[in-house]
Design a protein around this ligand. Structure first.
Ligand code: ZN
Length: 73
């Protein structure tokens, strides 16, 4: 299986939607576990990287032109 390159601030689209209905997540921290935050409801969660990679539909290109003032800590 190919490893999906993940970086903090990447936005990912999941196959399975969050209970809130959102499918877009923002990557906060990458390691053996990945911390992501739901863009729709703002909830964050930590997932095993392997599990996460399986549930990623695609990675959205980070729009650097768009100035998003998100200070998610
Ligand atoms: Zn959500």
């Amino acid at each position: 299986m190919s490893i999906i390159p993940l970086h903090p601030n990447d936005r990912i689209c999941m196959k399975k939607p969050h209970p809130c209905g959102g499918t877009e997540f923002l990557v906060l921290r990458v390691g053996s576990q990945v911390r992501v935050v739901c863009k729709t409801c703002g909830r964050d969660m930590t997932l095993d990287r392997i599990k996460l990679e399986k549930s990623i539909r695609h990675i959205l290109p980070s729009d650097e032109n768009q100035k998003e003032t998100e200070t998610a800590k």
